[in-house]
Ligand binder design. Structure first.
Ligand SMILES: [Zn+2]
Length: 80
């Protein structure tokens, strides 16, 4: 989204970009929506954005399992 002059009261100064990277080819069944192979180990990087410039290196990096069907996410898969 671009911030422009249309609304001076809602000018966004600080935001974040989230980047997601799949860390493995293997897919896992989802414990919530029971899709057979929708969960992947994913690394999320959040980058600070100020005045449409990306500042510094990615921070707030975390690795977790995410389902692309129902958006379930957790630090680890539940035990079988
Ligand atoms: Zn799911």
């Amino acid at each position: 989204m671009m911030a422009n002059e249309s609304s001076s009261s809602s000018f966004v100064i600080i935001g974040g970009n989230e980047r997601k990277i799949a860390l493995e080819q293997q897919r896992h069944p989802c414990p919530r929506c029971h899709h057979a192979a929708s969960v992947q180990l994913t690394r999320c990087e959040t980058q600070l954005v100020i005045l449409n410039k990306t500042i510094g290196k990615p921070n707030n990096m975390r690795v977790r399992y995410e389902c692309y069907e129902c958006h379930w996410r957790d630090q680890q898969l539940p035990d079988e």
